[in-house]
Design a protein around this ligand. Structure first.
Ligand code: GLN
Length: 310
């Protein structure tokens, strides 16, 4: 067990906040989703939740934002809980080296996405959730509320509508996967669920809590219940390390060294197994679609604490 008492977390977070404040404005918002394109680049938040439930936070850690692809961790958990290893017949576990919204490997691999975190893989995971829960949307909402301990978690209708209006690539991708027979449900139903999960609105503390089970051997301390087995939690962490930040996963392993999952809303969650879960938020993205200052903050955090899975 790592001795957290040896770290001055408020001081470390304060230093990161100061460094980041000098760089606000860098990066680009996700311009392809209208409602995200309007988020200003003048705010940053960060939260740490220890396995004992203690919270450390700085900046706009209580401001809600669009969680986008971070939700892929939670839907993957729901899908694995429902169908177990059968999931791997329909989606692979390899890093892609291509952007999150790439279609290119789908044709070579006959409709089997490279991993559950690129959009293609998340659409297949969404299909599995739809097929295995009576009311998939309700199941996901319920899951998020229990994991975060916040009963007010919900979807932002404006973002969901905006995604639908600009979702040409996801529409194409879902149809392409369907053409290979790798979606059971109607393309529209899969996309609706996918847009709902992406448009959930949560803050850094909610999100750090929502993945505490991945730091705590599969046990969610927030709701006081087991979510997945210890083994499954290690596997989800492995996928986050190899594919959670898309074609920057190598760089994340190199500079941060922690399993992490990003979203184009500017959030990134990260896990220090057996110690803590974290979330950073800054809406300016780098060219790989990951939060620029979020990534910097996690890099500095890993550097200053010495925490890394390596
Ligand atoms: N909703 C976004 C999309 O489908 C999610 C992508 C992301 O956060 N990386 O393009």
């Amino acid at each position: 067990q790592f001795d957290l008492g040896s770290l001055d977390l408020p001081d470390i977070l304060g230093t990161i906040h100061e460094e980041v404040r000098a760089r606000l404005g860098e990066g680009e918002v996700a311009g392809y989703i209208d409602s995200l394109a309007m988020v200003p680049l003048d705010r940053f938040g960060m939260a740490v939740v220890t396995v004992d439930g203690e919270v450390f936070e700085v900046g706009e850690s209580r401001q809600r934002f669009s969680i986008q692809s971070i939700s892929k961790v939670h839907t993957l958990t729901l899908a694995l809980d429902a169908v177990g290893d059968d999931l791997w017949q329909r989606v692979d576990r390899e890093p892609s080296g291509d952007p999150f919204n790439s279609l290119i490997q789908l044709e070579y691999e006959k409709g089997i996405p490279r991993n559950p975190f690129m959009n293609a893989g998340a659409l297949v995971v969404a299909d599995v959730v739809l097929s295995n829960y009576d009311d998939a949307a309700q199941a996901l909402l319920e899951f998020m509320r229990r994991r975060s301990g916040n009963p007010a978690v919900g979807s932002d209708i404006v973002v969901a509508r905006s995604e639908r209006e600009s979702g040409y690539r996801n529409v194409a991708m879902a149809n392409f996967i369907k053409s290979y027979g790798n979606l059971e449900n109607d393309v529209e139903a899969v996309l609706d669920f996918y847009w709902l999960q992406c448009s959930l609105s949560m803050d850094c503390v909610d999100l750090a809590r929502s993945v505490q089970y991945l730091a705590k051997r599969g046990h969610c301390g927030v709701a006081g219940e087991r979510v997945v087995s210890y083994e499954l939690s290690t596997r989800i962490n492995a996928l986050m390390m190899t594919a959670g930040t898309y074609d920057a996963a190598g760089d994340f392993a190199f500079y941060v060294g922690l399993p992490a999952k990003s979203g184009v809303g500017g959030g990134i969650v990260a896990v220090v197994p057996h110690v803590m879960s974290l979330c950073t938020w800054y809406p300016g993205l780098d060219d790989k679609g990951n939060s620029l200052l979020g990534r910097y903050a996690l890099h500095r955090f890993a550097q200053m604490t010495g925490l890394s899975v390596f």
